[in-house]
Design a protein around this ligand. Structure first.
Ligand code: ADP
Length: 310
């Protein structure tokens, strides 16, 4: 098996104020993947990403980037990642060219090489014609692209984008993603944190959902979407039911003596099921939709996304 781009094991973080932001997170991102980390505000995403970027010191657990342990081989591990932060954090009085060249300097890339790479990356992000003007004059979308160009200058194998589009309008988001998709196609692994479900859905192959400092789901996007397309009903019966009745097209499950459960594709009519139950002499006292934690979480996320992202 290939070495994972990112491997996190049993990561915990308790802040000084006693908040347990991460309660044992394990995660594996394969090389070449486009991976989404999704979760509501306060879930622990920034703490997780901060730990990978060494901005946060975990209380316990380990992080490996392309096989390099973040503590034992810190410099090697960090040279494998490029980070695009949430907020614009470059000196807006410098030119895009200076910003990218200086970043290369932090990685020990000598100046002539740094200049070449800066040009290559600014061209790649369609910023070359703005390279020598003041960065403050760039549009919001261009500023975010500049942060991607800067993050890519040392040719990291893993690009991490921490909610780079929160509060950014849809056109800027779309334009930005086309560049990130190209970067991923060219072989760079990508981890994206977001609370926009549609964004993750369109871009990512795998997804992990963080909630209250734990991974509550970790799967490929297709399976997740298939799961969200189904709903489960709980049927409370008037009498004991010892044999599971048959009903065409649905699979009933016996939970206890007087409770059955049925999982169906969303929007399925239940008349047939009730007719079959009546035929079998089973009376249903009540029916309720089993709440699906994942679905609730998504509803939450979508609502927040529609609010413009807090
Ligand atoms: P997310 O990025 O998913 O919104 P965070 O990782 O920022 O979540 O926060 C997780 C929890 O940790 C929250 O309860 C937050 O208030 C708390 N937290 C984050 N940073 C700090 C800090 N520096 N000190 C204390 N508590 C923090």
């Amino acid at each position: 098996m290939s070495v994972p781009a990112l491997q996190i094991d049993a990561l915990k973080k308790t802040y000084d104020n006693g908040v347990q932001a991460l309660r044992g997170v394990s995660l594996r991102v394969e090389p070449g993947d486009f991976f989404a980390l999704l979760g509501p505000n306060g879930a622990g995403k920034s703490t997780l990403i901060g730990s990978v970027c060494t901005l946060v010191t975990p209380s316990s657990g380990s992080i490996r980037i392309f096989g390099h342990d973040l503590i034992a081989e810190r410099a090697k591990a960090l040279s494998c990642i490029g980070v695009v932060p949430q907020e614009i954090n470059f000196n807006q009085f410098e030119t895009p060219f200076e910003i990218v060249v200086n970043q290369a300097g932090f990685y020990g890339i000598e100046r002539a090489e740094a200049k070449e790479r800066a040009e290559k990356n600014l061209r790649r992000l369609s910023l070359w014609d703005k390279a020598h003007g003041i960065s403050r004059a760039l549009s919001g979308g261009m500023k975010r692209r500049l942060m991607i160009a800067r993050a890519m200058v040392h040719e990291p194998r893993l690009l991490i984008l921490d909610e780079p589009t929160a509060g950014v309008d849809i056109e800027i988001r779309r334009a930005m993603w086309s560049y990130v998709v190209d970067i991923n196609r060219a072989g760079t692994s990508v981890v994206l944190t977001t609370h926009y479900l549609e964004e993750a859905e369109q871009l990512c192959r795998h997804i992990a959902i963080v909630d209250h400092g734990l991974i509550v789901e970790n799967t490929d996007m297709r399976s997740l979407l298939a799961k969200l397309d189904r709903e489960t009903f709980v049927l409370d019966l008037c009498q004991r039911c010892d044999v599971i009745p048959l009903s065409s097209g649905v699979q009933l499950k016996r939970i206890d003596d007087t409770t059955l459960e049925v999982e169906v594709p969303k929007g399925t009519a239940l008349n047939g099921l009730f007719a079959d139950l009546s035929k079998a002499g089973i009376e249903v006292r009540s029916l309720r939709n089993k709440s699906n934690r994942l679905e609730e979480l998504f509803l939450n996320l979508v609502e927040r996304g529609q609010d413009g992202g807090a």
